[in-house]
Design a protein around this ligand. Structure first.
Ligand code: KIV
Length: 263
């Protein structure tokens, strides 16, 4: 996918959209030649790459740095960058400044969490030529307000609120929305009633596409795997085994051999 118009086309043609996060040029280069459609430079970078305990710690300079790195690795891939905590809650001026910096770092679009209270910001960004992806359901930047990483939309009232927010996002001009950790029937019903695509994570198979955090998909963190994620590789195990083989080869010594010595 090259532009957000490809998102709309995929939705119209009922073709599932495949998204994955990436945070650096090396991984982005692999994603770019894969069958995945688009990359999210998620604020999950704060947890995954920087070891923080939540995404609240992601800052604008952090997001700019990673967005620029991903763009260097994936020059032709559609990249969405997350607006970090606080940047879209301080009015249009601050939000536009933050979004512009992410676009200048290489993003094609930005993603922001929630809709209530920043409708004006979404409209302003869209009218200013900055494509906006929404993010509803479990919005990790609100983890302290939500009291933890919990499924959202279980009650009828909560499901209705997510549905209403999704329609608001659509009417404000968002080109797509992430639905995170909502019951599959709720996500599916929202998807059917929207014209913009929904990208699910922990939201069942009835969304217009899926997104996974790259390190979950690659099994790089052995401490944690959300129930909804699937490991396609035992990255942690394979890397550990490679490191141990290397250590053993140095100590044996089997490395380096004469063939690996520079003349
Ligand atoms: O930051 C992130 O990785 C995300 C995805 C989980 C959707 O927002």
């Amino acid at each position: 996918m090259k532009t957000i118009l490809d998102f709309s086309r995929a939705r119209r043609e009922d073709r599932p959209i495949v998204m994955v996060t990436a945070y650096d040029a090396l991984m982005a280069r692999i994603v770019a030649v894969s069958e995945a459609d688009a990359i999210l430079v998620g604020d999950s970078v704060a947890m995954v790459m920087h070891g923080f305990s939540s995404t609240v710690e992601a800052t604008l300079p952090m997001m700019e740095l990673h967005t620029a790195s991903v763009r260097r690795g994936a020059p032709d891939t559609l990249i969405v960058a997350d607006m970090p905590f606080g940047t879209f809650r301080q009015g249009k001026h601050v939000a536009t400044e933050a979004a512009s910096r992410l676009m200048q770092a290489g993003a094609n679009a930005i993603k922001l969490e929630g809709v209530s209270g920043h409708e004006d910001v979404i409209t302003h960004l869209v009218e200013g030529g900055i494509p906006v992806m929404g993010h509803l359901g479990l919005t990790p930047q609100s983890v302290h307000q939500l009291g933890g990483y919990r499924v959202q939309g279980r009650s009828e009232e909560a499901a209705d609120k997510i549905q209403t927010d999704a329609h608001r996002l659509e009417s404000l001009g968002a080109f797509a929305t992430v639905l995170e950790c909502v019951p599959a029937d709720v996500a599916s019903s929202i998807t059917t009633r929207l014209t913009i695509p929904t990208i699910g994570i922990g939201a069942g198979s009835g969304t217009s596409g899926q997104i996974l955090v790259l390190t979950d998909l690659l099994g790089l963190d052995d401490r944690f795997l959300p129930k909804f994620a699937r490991r396609y590789l035992d990255g942690h195990g394979d890397i550990l085994a490679a490191l141990n083989r290397y250590a053993e080869d140095v100590r044996t010594p089997r490395f380096p051999t004469d063939a690996e010595v520079l003349a």
